[in-house]
Design a protein around this ligand. Structure first.
Ligand code: KE4
Length: 424
């Protein structure tokens, strides 16, 4: 494949923006080489500026569950734009998107719209600390919650470790109150709450992790977290920025039957435009300004274009219920990838929940960051480029999830499996 125009564009981009990108995840750092520049997208396909066509399994890292250029979403954004891009004043569309979210996610009684997943998790953590009057936050190695100082904390070992900053600029003070545990480790949860329970404001967790590759939380682990937080008066925050409306219309919590106290959302609820949200128990959310005293604000929060795209996306998901079909397609893809590995004698596993999944090059199942980080990264990088050359656009890191959309077809899945068999 010819990537000449992308190469030139990337050379220029690196003179303009740090690393040539506006988010490190898209810089191809995990696979080497240079990113391709996308010109346009349609349905399940991306087209780069050199005219190459790809089957897209990134979907903008999750939002594009309806595929690119869904006519209902385009029409909604177009109509909203003609009425005005932004007012900085309340609109009926914010009521409508809030109602859709509250109807879909049982644990959410009140919701606040923001502009990104990071804003959602940052605000949820501040609210938990404001509501409980406690400092400590529990998070899990391999879970990513956006670039919030207190959550950019190095992955600890299985025992609770007082977090160490994971990035220059994050101070010891910002990380000091963050406890990092091993994911899916029930004993670690029980030990840390026994030791620190009275000073823990909240535990924040991806109920199905997308950010160490796709690793579902065990029911035992998630229930242990629910019980431990309830027992000591801490809040449970489900970070469903990726899983919300992805793994089910009601998110991962509707699959496991656990009600967190707060939930963070993003990605799909904006239909590709910038929207995040945090919501949950009314008695907790009513502590947020101006109902309460916990400060949080945003110029473009709930803006007309993003809410229009979100409303169109969620109403389409609610009214068409594509989840059984997405499950069928995704199961077919997962089985096909595993079969391709077996035929080629390549040890691999698939972590999957609904239409989000990851192919791990490993000879054992992946349940936590220690296991995920031990996977064969070099083999992944080779696989990534072989697939790209065959017109299949995968996440450019072994620690991300790939996504199937309603625009993918059975033929697309079979073509992907055939390409994988040649690419491992
Ligand atoms: P944003 O601030 O990127 O909208 O959301 C942060 C976030 C929070 N919580 C979870 C579970 C997330 O997955 C994310 C963002 N996900 C990454 C991809 N794994 C976004 C890609 C990127 O950073 O460019």
């Amino acid at each position: 494949m010819n990537h000449e125009k992308s190469h030139k564009a990337f050379e220029r981009a690196r003179q303009l923006m740090p690393g040539g990108v506006n988010s490190p995840a898209r810089a191809f750092g995990g696979v080497g080489g240079e990113p391709v520049f996308i010109d346009r997208a349609e349905g399940a396909h991306l087209f780069d500026i050199d005219g190459n066509r790809y089957l897209d399994y990134v979907g903008s890292w999750g939002p594009m569950i309806l595929g690119h250029g869904h006519p209902g979403v385009i029409a909604a954004i177009d109509a909203a734009l003609r009425r005005g891009a932004s007012f900085g004043a309340p609109t009926l569309a914010e009521n409508q998107l809030a109602e859709l979210i509250i109807e879909a996610v049982p644990s959410i009684e009140r919701v606040r719209l923001v502009n990104s997943g990071t804003e959602a998790t940052m605000s949820a953590v501040r609210l938990a600390r404001g509501f409980t009057g406690r400092p400590k936050i529990v998070k899990f190695a391999g879970n990513y919650h956006g670039h919030v100082d207190s959550l950019l904390v190095a992955a600890g070992s299985s025992a609770a470790t007082l977090g160490a900053p994971d990035s220059p600029g994050v101070t010891e003070a910002a990380a000091r109150d963050t406890l990092v545990l091993r994911y899916n480790d029930v004993d670690a949860v029980q030990a840390v709450f026994a030791q620190h329970g009275s000073t823990i404001a909240a535990a924040i967790v991806e109920p199905v992790v997308g950010n160490m590759g796709c690793v579902p939380g065990s029911l035992e682990f998630l229930n242990a977290l629910r019980q431990a937080t309830a027992r000591c008066g801490a809040l449970l925050i489900f970070d469903e920025v990726m899983t919300g409306f992805r793994v089910a219309y009601g998110g991962a919590q509707s699959r496991v039957g656990i009600r967190p106290d707060l939930t963070t959302l993003g990605k799909i609820i904006g239909g590709g435009l910038p929207v995040g949200a945090y919501g949950g128990r009314a008695d907790v959310m009513d502590r947020v300004l101006p109902a309460g005293k916990v400060f949080q604000a945003g110029t473009l929060s709930g803006n007309p274009l993003a809410t229009a795209a979100g409303i169109a996306t969620l109403t389409t998901l609610r009214d068409t219920d594509p989840y059984p079909w997405l499950e069928q397609l995704s199961d077919r893809l997962a089985r096909g990838l595993l079969a391709a590995g077996q035929r080629r004698g390549v040890a691999c596993r698939v972590g999957r929940c609904g239409s989000m999944m990851t192919l791990f090059f490993s000879d054992r199942s992946i349940t936590n960051w220690d296991e995920a980080s031990a996977c064969d990264r070099r083999r992944f990088a080779t696989f990534f480029w072989n697939m790209l050359d065959r017109g299949v656009y995968l996440p450019c890191s072994p620690f991300e999830a790939m996504f199937v959309s309603t625009a993918h077809t059975s033929e697309d899945i079979d073509a992907t499996v055939a390409a994988a068999a040649e690419s491992m």
